[in-house]
Design a protein around this ligand. Structure first.
Ligand SMILES: Nc1nc2c(ncn2[C@@H]2O[C@H](COP(=O)(O)OP(=O)(O)O)[C@@H](O)[C@H]2O)c(=O)[nH]1
Ligand SMILES: [Mg+2]
Length: 366
């Protein structure tokens, strides 16, 4: 899974990125590696993985990961090549989800590119740039499809209709994710276009310390604005700068105390990653053996063969069956052997829908 951080300059994107990069907050072990200066891989914090590791004592413990990209350089006019805009817009296209950071804090020392704090205006500025980029994509496609539609090709006529609809909506400053289409049309014609404003978005309201728990007036404005958007994007209130400070602390206990002082139960990094999972309808299953205990990411509703395919495409193609232990059973009985003894290990076939926390073992032919 790959998520891109967008937002105007000076709203706290890099602070958030760095905060994730230092995120030791959830457990003692929460490493991060930076691939490029603006790309990092964050481990998905999951206490269940720690518990399984404790029970199995494997050689290796491997968490699920999310790749985070700090996409700088988006400014007004970016879609027309202002700033470093265009180059970075290409980066966004490769992500599965967008984390849109909005400045919701006052601080006269931090310059705002447009002179004042106004998260709704900022949101609109960024949205419009992304919509313009999508419009470009749609217009290019429309040119091709229009030619085909002239020959009377039924499929092309239908596609042209949908593209016209897209174009009109984008010109009216709508995001693609909030346009209503029939699900089948969306699947067949809209998704393949990989439009930026079709991607799921999580709005991160960056507030100051005092507003970390309850939010503030700016956050309320953002909430009201996105409530009007149909696909119901997520919103997260984070005091990014203070979260970064907390992550500087060495011990887990110290960090936890600091969080509690702010009235928070959980570090922002963990909250953010969890929200991204929810946003993308992702869940976790585990494999547990002496060599390694590992968390894997799979879509909610995925079948057992699809889950196997996350490990290797051969596992999916040659899938025979899965041996499944519910996480609660694994913990209750304490080991695979004891679960088997108790008759709680299930053998599931191709139709099985994976449940969050399943501990799975796949049988396959290659
Ligand atoms: N007061 C305050 N300053 C912040 C906050 N978040 C970021 N900053 C500061 O704003 C400036 C710009 O932040 P940065 O993360 O580099 O913004 P970017 O341009 O969006 O990547 C830095 O000086 C940060 O320390 C915040 O929540 N409160
Ligand atoms: Mg930055």
């Amino acid at each position: 899974m790959k998520a891109g951080i967008v937002g105007l300059p000076n709203v706290g994107k890099s602070t958030l990125f760095n905060c994730l990069s230092n995120a030791k907050a959830q457990s003692a072990n929460f490493p991060f590696c930076t691939i490029e200066p603006n790309i990092g891989v964050v481990n998905v914090p999951d206490p269940r993985l720690d518990k399984l590791a404790e029970l199995v004592s494997p050689e290796k413990v491997i968490p699920a990961t999310v790749e985070i990209v700090d996409i700088a350089g988006l400014v007004k006019g970016a879609s027309k090549g202002e700033g470093l805009g265009n180059q970075f817009l290409a980066n966004i296209r490769e992500t599965d989800a967008i984390l849109h950071v909005l400045r919701c804090f006052d601080d006269d020392n931090i310059v705002h590119v447009d002179g004042s704090v106004d998260p709704l205006r900022d949101k609109e500025t960024i949205d419009i740039e992304l919509q313009l980029k999508d419009l470009e994509t749609v217009e290019k496609k429309l040119e091709k499809v229009t030619r085909a539609a002239r020959t009377g090709n039924k499929e092309a006529v239908k596609e042209k209709g949908l593209l016209d609809e897209l174009k009109t909506a984008l010109e009216a400053a709508q995001n693609v994710r909030s346009i209503e289409f029939k699900e089948t049309d969306r699947e067949e014609f809209i998704r393949p276009l990989q439009l930026i404003t079709d991607k799921p978005v999580l709005y991160v309201c960056n507030v100051d310390e005092q507003a970390a728990k309850a939010g503030n007036e700016y956050v309320e404005q953002v909430k009201a604005a996105i409530a009007a958007e149909q696909a119901g994007p997520g919103l997260l209130v984070l005091a990014v700068s203070i979260e970064a400070d907390i992550n500087e602390l060495d011990s887990f206990e110290e960090r936890q105390l600091f969080l509690e002082d702010l009235g928070l139960e959980e570090a922002g990094a963990a909250k953010l990653i969890r929200s991204a999972y929810n946003l993308l309808n992702q869940q976790t299953y585990f494999t547990a053996g002496e060599k390694e205990v590992r968390a894997w990411t799979v879509s909610i509703g995925a079948t057992a063969p699809q889950a196997a395919g996350v490990i290797h495409t051969d596992f999916e193609k040659g899938f025979i069956r899965a041996e499944v232990i519910g996480y609660a059973d694994y913990v209750a009985f304490g080991s695979e052997a004891k679960v088997k003894e108790a008759g709680k290990m299930r053998v599931e076939g191709k139709e099985y829908i994976v449940q969050d926390g399943d501990v799975m073992h796949f049988r396959f032919n290659v």
